[in-house]
Design a protein around this ligand. Sequence first.
Ligand code: UDP
Length: 241
Amino acid sequence: MKKSDLLYEGKAKKVFKTNEEGYLIVSYKDDATAFNGVKKGSIRNKGAINNKMSNFLMKILAKSDIETHYVEELNDRETVVKECEIIPLEVIVRNVAAGSLSKRLGLAEGVRLSMPVIEYCYKDDELGDPMVNRYHIQAMNIATIEELELIEYLAFKINDNLQQVFNRIDIELIDFKIEFGKLKNGNVILADEISPDTCRFWDKHTRMKLDKDRFRRDLGQVEEAYEEVYGRLLKYQEELA
Ligand code: UDP
């Protein structure tokens, strides 16, 4: 498959058209932003790590009948994905209080929630991705109730699968953000990425943060954290093989 015109350039990825209908090529960058683009920087090797980690996790999810946009890894930074219409929602799943939830509800970071929580943010940079609920989403025709039921079923299933994987490599999955897209046939599939940019990963024993919070909060050892999670996943991948 050949890359053609640049379709879209986001904060962390570029998306290209291809010579084949229905397929796009995603190219992951090392650029890092936080707080809606206010904080800018670069994390060495992040593009390659996020590309490979996301592809590995999506392949695992596919085994549990979760349809994803993943098609083929072309090289360290580039992957062929199915073209889909992104549903403009950040679907956040939380197992442990952290970040904005801790602030909003006054829960200390690290307190386990008695059940996983789903939150939605409407993807709109100008509005700063405001939090919305099922009613806003239906009222604004962003998704139907049937699509939301499916999205929540898939989000919990993804959470179960990811928690199992990360538990095996001594990482606590605190929370994560996923995005879904719609294929022309109406199927709702998992799109975007699953990486330390979009998840909170804490070491199970030391509770050291191994994710983008190191960049957001200037905690140092940013590259090392990304490498650490990826290294543990690679070892797990080798054990599976
Ligand atoms: N998240 C993300 N993109 C965003 C906002 C959040 O990937 O634009 C992820 C974030 O990495 C974390 C989860 O969603 O794993 C919950 O983030 P939270 O709402 O606590 O926001 P934050 O504290 O990062 O502003």
